[in-house]
Ligand binder design. Structure first.
Ligand SMILES: N[C@@H](CCC(=O)N[C@@H](CS)C(=O)NCC(=O)O)C(=O)O
Length: 206
């Protein structure tokens, strides 16, 4: 297996997290988004949407979209429930992650840290992020994990951008972040944005 991977991407980080937890052998191909690596014809063949992560299987088949990759890797393991309800609830939280957490925390963080927007400009998006954290905090008030009684890919997916939220997180969310960090195989290799992520310093789809 081969992971086309950008080290400073939360979407790639969540896949690296699960690969580590499952102790799977996977070649990591570094993609430098802001050096224009996703703008090449070769990359468009890998993913026409020109985004990382992309997982390439030994058969040559490819999977894009971080949460679809998590689902594929977790199938048949303890990271994905085997009941229809448990699976539906995982899908529910994976959609919440893309809609509210990536959009409300990951996006504003990227814009703030790379100098693309001011605190005032990101405030409307951050309002969505704060609301998402409150909803997640309510979910975790009386339970250790987002779905069921054990950690699942819903926890790993949410962890990526919540762990670097540019706003204060509720107490129940902070405690859950620590529980994820304490899981066997956990490795935090989520790196800060490099210099070429500043506007004008590189070229990408942004
Ligand atoms: N919904 C997608 C989002 C992926 C995404 O936004 N990837 C960003 C990095 S976090 C990317 O590769 N952008 C390519 C570029 O800027 O050229 C997923 O979950 O995989």
């Amino acid at each position: 297996m081969r992971l086309y991977d950008y080290a400073a991407s939360g979407n790639c980080f969540k896949v690296r997290l699960l690969l580590g937890m499952l102790d799977l052998d996977c070649e990591r191909v570094p993609i430098d988004i802001f050096a224009g690596d996703t703008l090449t014809c070769e990359f468009a063949m890998l993913n026409p949407v020109r985004e990382t992560p992309v997982l390439e299987l030994d058969s040559g088949e490819r999977i894009t979209q971080s949460n679809a990759i998590l689902w594929y890797l977790a199938e048949g393991t303890a990271w994905l429930p085997d009941t229809p309800l448990g699976r539906a609830q995982v899908a529910q939280w994976l959609s919440f992650e893309q809609e509210r957490v990536m959009g409300g925390l990951g996006g504003p963080r990227f814009r703030l840290l790379t100098g693309r927007a001011t605190a005032e400009e990101v405030e409307p998006r951050l309002a969505t992020g704060r609301e998402a954290l409150a909803i997640l905090g309510d979910q975790l008030m009386a339970r250790d994990w987002v779905v069921g009684a054990a950690p699942s890919i819903a926890d790993l997916s949410l962890f990526a951008y919540v762990s670097v939220a540019p706003v204060e997180v509720p107490g129940a969310v902070a405690a859950w972040l620590d529980r994820v960090r304490a899981l066997p195989g956990f490795l935090d290799d989520f790196v800060p944005y490099p210099d070429n992520a500043r506007p004008g310093a590189g070229s990408s789809i942004y």
